[in-house]
Design a protein around this ligand. Structure first.
Ligand code: SF4
Length: 276
């Protein structure tokens, strides 16, 4: 369990480092903007960072560029130093899964902990006041977590407002509810379908990994990606399920998303470092 503190403590001028991990997702982005606009003295001290797995969508990099321009500060890029295929081999070709989340450990948490080292650090986390999740920070003793949105009572709608007033909502939210690797096993069926439609080459790559690695396991338990997508297409037809990718006709997709609640899945707790 991480140490926790509050904004009053964060304001104390001392030698502690201040860090904020930007995942490419909406909440961490909104938090960085919030700090800049509301707590400029903290913003000036914060080291913003992004942990790159090398398997992010190009929209994430575009969004990071926008964020850097708005923040007027560099977002430091961290990485595990090797690509996913290297780590996959090292894990005997076992695909990561919700149960075996070696990807998060190796490609996200370890680079973060290396970046922080043994320095006393305050880490800002974008969990909101209307959420019931913990969020991984670190169990390292030298890291203290602070949750400004919870302290200041900001909820989902506030986050959308902050983004709309500044850098906008990342484009991939049209069809995907999270940032992170294109092959992330936390994706829902319709998000895999979105990947196929918006990034067919990445969908093919995910299929290839599934075929050539995995020891018979698949990204989605018990189904190949072709089966997952076929099922999502059927659902679209049968139930008239409007996937996010095609729901933009009558209402702006940003509006639709703002009032949806289903992308804040508490099941994702340990993945917050990837997608908050
Ligand atoms: S985004 Fe998904 S696949 Fe990528 S590191 Fe996080 S949990 Fe693993």
């Amino acid at each position: 369990m991480a140490n926790k503190s509050n904004m009053k403590d964060a304001m104390v001028a001392d030698d502690r480092r201040h860090v904020l991990g930007i995942s490419g997702g909406k909440d961490s982005a909104a938090l960085a903007i919030y700090l800049k606009d509301r707590y400029p003295e903290i913003h000036s001290r914060v080291e913003y960072f992004f942990t790159d797995t090398g398997a992010e969508l190009e929209e994430v990099y575009e969004f990071l560029d926008k964020m850097e321009a708005y923040l007027g500060k560099e977002i430091i890029r961290l990485s595990s130093g090797r690509d996913f295929s290297h780590w996959l081999k090292l894990h005997n070709d076992y695909l990561p899964s919700a149960r075996q989340r070696w990807c998060t450990r190796t490609m996200k948490i370890k680079p973060f902990e290396d970046f922080v080292g043994e320095d006393p650090v305050i880490s800002y986390v974008g969990i909101r006041a209307d959420e019931f999740r913990e969020g991984y920070v670190s169990s390292k003793e030298n890291i203290t977590a602070i949750f400004p949105f919870i302290e200041d009572g900001l909820v989902r709608d506030d986050i959308f407002q902050i983004l709309e007033d500044s850098v906008g909502i990342p484009e991939y939210y049209q069809w995907r509810s999270r940032s992170g690797c294109y092959f992330c096993f936390f994706q829902r069926q319709d998000e895999w379908l979105g990947l196929k439609r918006y990034h067919p080459e990445l969908f093919e790559k995910a299929k290839e990994i599934e075929k050539t690695s995995g020891n018979g396991y698949t990204w989605v338990q018990g189904k190949t990606l072709d089966e997952v997508v076929a099922r999502a297409e059927e659902r679209e037809k049968e139930e008239g399920v409007i996937s996010k990718s095609s729901s933009i006709n009558e209402q702006k997709w940003q509006e639709v998303l703002r009032y949806q609640q289903d992308d804040d899945d508490p099941e994702d707790q340990a993945c917050l470092i990837c997608s908050l």
